[in-house]
Design a protein around this ligand. Structure first.
Ligand code: GCB
Length: 604
């Protein structure tokens, strides 16, 4: 789906702000048709934001089921040949939308956009009512999967197989936009390093399609005609990590104009390297979360820009959108800032063996079975991969598709599940490497899926969940395992997509024990020393950029504390140590890299 971008033929009206809100505690909203009139007993709720922590009401924080949002909107004037589209950046996890009494959209999947053409339902100059029923329940056939249980007192509880709190609400911007009836509805842009730009535009009904390619100053550098075609930018400025140069493909389709930003760059996994523009790239950065005080998972421009400033301060050049697609604004900004992104689906928690007892699931239950993750889940997962790629395919920042985080991957059932999905990702986007993020239990001696993918992505906690506090032993185990992966998957680059201990800011310790700031320095340092001795390791994304809200549990103290920064983005002491390393890596000249004088030669 195209992002919303204003142009001479498209106007955008934001519907962000205060909406009316009510949780549906008794599950009466659908039968009582709450959409059919003003929402009774409503309270104010900001959009975009998670609703959970805006109020002090525990029933709202813990609510399971539907929550209703409503507001009146003034319909703008539109021309006879124009359409009016209502678009949601994301509604978590399911959203059903009415305009007046008419249902106009239903979307499953809490981290991707959807829209509805509402032209025929509204009258310009008059107000209309928009109602959204937000469903935060997960099912075995949703991505991510989960299930709801009702206890003896009749109270519903959600079960899901990941540690971050599953916030809900209207998490990203809601807009009304106009476009001509014959309009661009999709475009795929691909590039080659010699400046060849190829486009494939979908503009149903349009007779006349042409493109202009503009540089960052807005000057035309190439042009062409036809819904598909190619043109050449003379002496192109490449999109590079740290230098995110963007061109615009300005598409004209009859009366419509749609500006699609893109970068000239290539990406490839080859000879144990991840090549961007043919040059080896080394990932420095983090797995992150969309997580913030009060807003939960609500997108916020101020906090987004601040996060990028903090990441740049530290010398990071990349992150993973763990564990779901992030707001489109984040990818737009990463394009501009030259950050390299591992773009992940919301397929997290496809591994029931990890969730015994305390954190929820029934011991012994199988991950893949008719009554758990099954063919219906796989179909949802395939659709989700296609939707993600449709949304993000033109972002130069996206270097790898990660189709799942820590799924079961050591059984025949997991191979049968993932083989078709790897294929879906490849067919939908043949231009980028595809991978999944491997969990510690699926070691190279038993793993059964790695050959389906282009890269090896590993989450490892040696020194924390295993070999706790014993970094010497942890180092031995880690080295042994890396060597196992190199032997199992020769030629595939290895990226560490998680590593690091929980760390309480302010807990200082001469003995440098687990939970202290000193231990975080030591454990990250141990991993880095190990990475530096294997050229096949091409990236380090520590866990996590910042502390984040989790489900309650005895393994967490007020949330997950593995952040390099606290939840309000204050640096732990390791942040300074890692900064020194990352800035040195960033600044090392290509000459030094060739000579390898300062330790392992590292690409920028
Ligand atoms: C993991 C998961 C991540 C958790 C992390 C942890 O392996 O991928 O979602 O937050 O471990 O801290 O346990």
């Amino acid at each position: 789906m195209l992002s919303v971008r204003p142009s001479v033929s498209r106007t955008v009206h934001t519907l962000d702000g205060i909406w009316d809100f009510r949780v549906d505690s008794d599950g009466a909203g659908m039968t009582d048709r709450w959409f059919a009139g003003p929402l009774a007993d409503a309270r104010p709720m900001p959009v975009p934001a998670s609703y959970n922590e805006i109020t002090t009401d525990l029933d709202i924080y813990n609510h399971v089921g539907l929550a209703w949002y409503q507001r009146d909107v003034l319909a703008p004037a539109i021309g006879a040949d124009e359409r009016l589209i209502l678009r949601f950046g994301s509604v978590t996890h399911q959203g059903r939308v009415w305009v007046g009494d008419t249902e106009v959209a239903y979307h499953e999947g809490g981290y991707l956009p959807f829209e509805a053409d509402i032209t025929d339902l509204v009258t310009p100059g008059e107000t209309f009512r928009v109602t959204v029923a937000v469903d935060n329940e997960l099912r075995w056939d949703t991505i991510p999967p989960g299930y709801t249980e009702t206890d003896a007192a009749g109270v519903k509880h959600r079960n899901y197989f990941f540690d971050f709190f599953s916030y809900a609400g209207i998490h990203r911007s809601v807009v009304l936009y106009t476009r001509p009836t014959h309009a661009v509805t999709d475009v795929t842009v691909t590039t080659a390093l010699d400046g060849t730009v190829t486009w494939d535009v979908v503009a149903e009904g349009a007779e006349d399609v042409s493109v202009r390619i503009l540089d960052e100053a807005g000057a035309e550098v190439a042009s062409g005609s036809g819904a598909t075609g190619s043109a050449s930018i003379p002496n192109p400025t490449l999109w590079k990590p740290g230098a995110g140069y963007l061109y615009t493909l300005e598409i004209h389709a009859d009366q419509d104009v749609y500006p699609q930003p893109f970068g000239v760059r290539t990406v490839e996994a080859k000879d144990s390297q991840l090549l961007i523009n043919g040059e080896p790239f080394y990932f420095r950065g983090y797995g992150r979360h969309e997580d913030n005080i009060v807003r939960g998972k609500g997108h916020d421009t101020v906090l987004m820009v601040h996060d990028f400033e903090v990441m740049r301060w530290q010398g990071a050049n990349s992150f993973r959108t763990s564990h779901y697609p992030y707001a489109e604004e984040v990818l737009d900004y990463a394009d501009r800032m030259g950050f390299v992104v591992i773009d992940e689906t919301a397929a997290v928690g496809l591994n029931l063996s990890m969730w015994p007892g305390e954190l929820g699931d029934v011991p012994g239950r199988k991950t893949f079975s008719e009554t758990t993750i099954n063919e219906a889940t796989q179909a949802t997962h395939a659709a989700h991969i296609r939707e993600l790629i449709a949304r993000d395919k033109n972002h130069p920042c996206v270097a790898i598709w990660s189709i799942a985080n820590e799924p079961e991957s050591e059984t025949d059932a997991s191979r049968a599940y993932f083989a078709p999905l790897a294929q879906v990702a490849r067919e939908t986007d043949p231009t980028r490497p595809v991978g999944y993020v491997n969990v510690a239990m699926a070691t190279p001696d038993i793993e059964k899926c790695v050959d389906l993918f282009d890269v090896v992505m590993l989450n490892r906690y040696n020194g924390w969940y295993v070999q706790t506090g014993n970094l010497a032993l942890a180092e031995q185990e880690l080295r042994k395992e890396i060597e196992g992966w190199i032997a199992l998957a020769p030629g595939k680059p290895i990226i560490f997509t998680e590593y690091g201990p929980d760390t309480m800011i302010g807990l200082r310790d001469f003995q440098r024990r687990p939970w202290s700031e000193e231990y975080q320095e030591d454990m990250l340092g141990m991993f880095h020393r190990v990475f530096d001795s294997y050229p096949e390791v091409v990236g380090e994304q520590m866990w996590n950029f910042a502390d984040f809200r989790t489900i309650p549990g005895i393994l967490r103290v007020g949330g997950n504390r593995k952040g390099m920064f606290t939840r309000d983005r204050l640096p732990k002491s390791a942040a300074y140590v890692v900064r020194e390393r990352w800035l040195a890596m960033r600044d090392r000249s290509s000459q030094d890299r060739k000579s390898g004088s300062a330790g392992m030669p590292r690409p920028i």
